[in-house]
Design a protein around this ligand. Structure first.
Ligand code: NDP
Length: 317
């Protein structure tokens, strides 16, 4: 009989997946503890209005939705800690989890709901001006570009949303996309196309972010744009550069421990949240490369909680 952990379930991550798992496991009297991670509330904390989360006829702000979800979980006894999990040991039971302050926690089951983070282009100049004109979050930083010129890179829904949002502040927005076809949903793309403040640069990539460091103060002055068909490079003057080219799952700390695909998305059994290690479950964007919606994350969080309940029942809990 394996030794019992201090906790029945540890939930790592507090986006819609982790918090839904917390609501369900707390209501099942499993007294979950949740680790909030580097971005408490997850990606919805940096989005504007969510118009497609069922139950909110007029939409709801991302941070507000996460705040309500957290309170709902806490109402049933879930305990949340503002710590990041940096290491785990799933080789023997109880499972061990270490937070960045080196505290060890043990549990009979673990739910991984660590989500995903914004991806960057990987240019040296992008790194150099990060936080000085380069950003991956329009809702966080858009305000700083009042009546200034900005560019947004990407052809998915995030890029459309960011471009539209930025027209509230910026004088003009150039949306840069590397091809002619868009991944974005039709409704989001149409909003961009109809917005008179947004211009499109297709078949185009950023070759370099250009800026100055006058008086020790870094700032962006433009981007060198490369037409991928002709190879031609032109300077586009702007003050802000918003990167919106998708996300990477936050699963690096699980490499070599849990099965994942080449990008890092955790592998789960079909129609289940089970990973390759029994008693360890995954939900939300950390295991979903396809849908990546708040509602699907919440749905898989619910699945993980039910899978935990059944697993503990089978263990004789
Ligand atoms: P996506 O993966 O959908 O789109 C990423 C975009 O970035 C693609 O157009 C891709 O180009 C481009 N891209 C990727 N890498 C590079 C690169 N190195 N250089 C230049 N361009 C690059 O990610 P999103 O974050 O936009 O969306 C993720 C999910 O979240 C989707 O399911 C989306 O529907 C959802 N979402 C929904 C929202 C809503 O409904 N309100 C809002 C935001 C997101 P290419 O197409 O050529 O690969």
């Amino acid at each position: 009989m394996p030794q019992r952990g201090q906790h029945k379930v540890i939930i790592i991550g507090t986006g819609p997946a982790g918090l839904t798992a917390a609501i369900y496991t707390a209501r099942a009297n499993l007294e979950p503890i949740i680790f909030e991670g580097a971005q408490p509330g997850g990606q919805l904390m940096i989005t504007t209005d969510i118009e497609n989360y069922p139950g909110f006829e007029k939409g709801i702000a991302g941070p507000e939705l996460m705040d309500v979800m957290r309170k709902q979980a806490q109402r049933f006894g879930a305990q949340s800690f503002f710590k990041t999990v940096s290491n785990v040991d799933f080789t023997s039971k109880p499972y061990k989890v270490w937070t960045d302050d080196k505290t060890e926690y043990t549990a009979d089951t673990v739910i991984i709901a660590t989500g995903a983070s914004a991806r960057y282009l990987g240019l040296e100049s992008e790194k150099e001006f990060m936080g000085f004109g380069v950003s991956a979050c329009a809702t966080c930083d858009g305000f700083f570009f009042r009546n200034q010129r900005v560019v947004v890179v990407g052809g998915g829904d995030t890029a459309m949303e960011e471009a539209n949002y930025l027209t509230r502040h910026a004088s003009e927005v150039l949306l840069i996309h590397r091809r002619e076809g868009f991944r974005a949903s039709r409704i989001m793309l149409e909003r961009v196309q109809k917005n008179p403040k947004i211009k499109l640069a297709l078949n185009t990539v950023i070759d370099e972010v250009v800026g100055t460091n006058e008086g020790g103060r870094k700032s962006v002055t433009g981007v060198n744009l490369k037409n991928v068909k002709t190879g031609e490079i032109t300077l586009h003057p702007c003050e802000g550069v918003f990167i919106a080219i998708g996300h990477e799952p936050n699963t690096k700390f699980l490499k070599g421990i849990l099965d994942m695909d080449g990008v890092g998305y955790l592998k789960t059994e079909k129609s289940s949240s089970k990973t390759n290690i029994e008693g360890v479950f995954a939900c939300g964007d950390a295991q979903d490369a396809v849908y990546r919606q708040a509602i699907t994350a919440a749905g898989t969080g619910c699945m993980a909680a039910i899978d935990v309940e059944r697993y503990l029942e089978a263990m004789g809990e």
